[in-house]
Write a protein that binds this ligand. Sequence first.
Ligand code: RIB
Length: 341
Amino acid sequence: MSVGTVSNVLNRPDLVAPDTRRRVLDTIDDLGFVRNESARQLRAGRSRTIGLVVLDVSNPFFTDIAHGVETAATANGSVIMLCNSGQAVEREARYLDVLEEQRVQGVLITPVGTDYSRLDVLVKRGTPVVLVDRGTELPNLCSVAVDDVLGGFVAASHLLERGHQRIAFAGGPLALRQVQDRHLGAVKALTDAGQKASDLQIFETTSLTLEAGRRAGEQILDVPEARRPTAVFCANDLMALGVLQAVVSHGLRVPGDVAIVGYDDIDYAAAASVPLSSVRQPRELIGRTATELLLDEIREGTSHQHRRVIFKPELAIRASSDRRRSSRGRARVARRTRPAD
Ligand code: RIB
């Protein structure tokens, strides 16, 4: 049995006749042979791994993105290494160093900030990078995202159309490009409707988690009733679920007292105690598309034409906002009763 045949069985099984393949695999089993990936990497110069760096591994949005990445990566014979930056620049940088040292085929990343200098170095040193959930005008990076400005515009327009005059935006940090764009779109909806940009009450948070949503919900409920927002557009669904929890736990009704719209349309949005309206992001498609762009760049090398893929957001209207407010625009007053401690 030649070394070439054994190598083909391991790396290009489609080139080997089935009975030969079977004999080689039986021999491998009998010998207890396990390939040495590091040695293979040394010879090939590259691993068969794609690095995926996400902001928050506990957010189902990124789980769905990872599913899409995995589908496209495994179809190509690659595996993924999932890294969680936790929205921390230092952790992100550390993961990028490790991924480069591991000679990954390429990196898919939702960046913490908008300083892409470290990514530029990665690309210059031969590791292709594709931005996920982030659009960019940069010439040397592909990117896949949803039009977040339009997403924010659609969400706020829906609330205005349902008769809400006092609308809040909850999420942050506003420095995060996705949050910034969603906020920008919401402001545009208000100004297009003749309101002032400052009419959008902002409840900025340091993260986009359930707990941050609960805290923002508490702050919103602490606003004196005359000024209290009657609707909240949240920068993502985890925030929206947190606001929902805060409102309901204070005995107020959604949407009757406070309407809520989220962003991402994760599975838990429709499954919430009051099904959440949400701006849908095609999460698995984003993951698959970003991976296919990366694999194209790996195959095409310097002849690759970088692409900026922007998907159109869609609003899924559900019970949490699907109620027209009375023409007087008054909230149905409900005594705010704190549950017994
Ligand atoms: O990537 C930042 C946010 O955008 C994530 O929290 C996710 O929910 C997406 O909507």
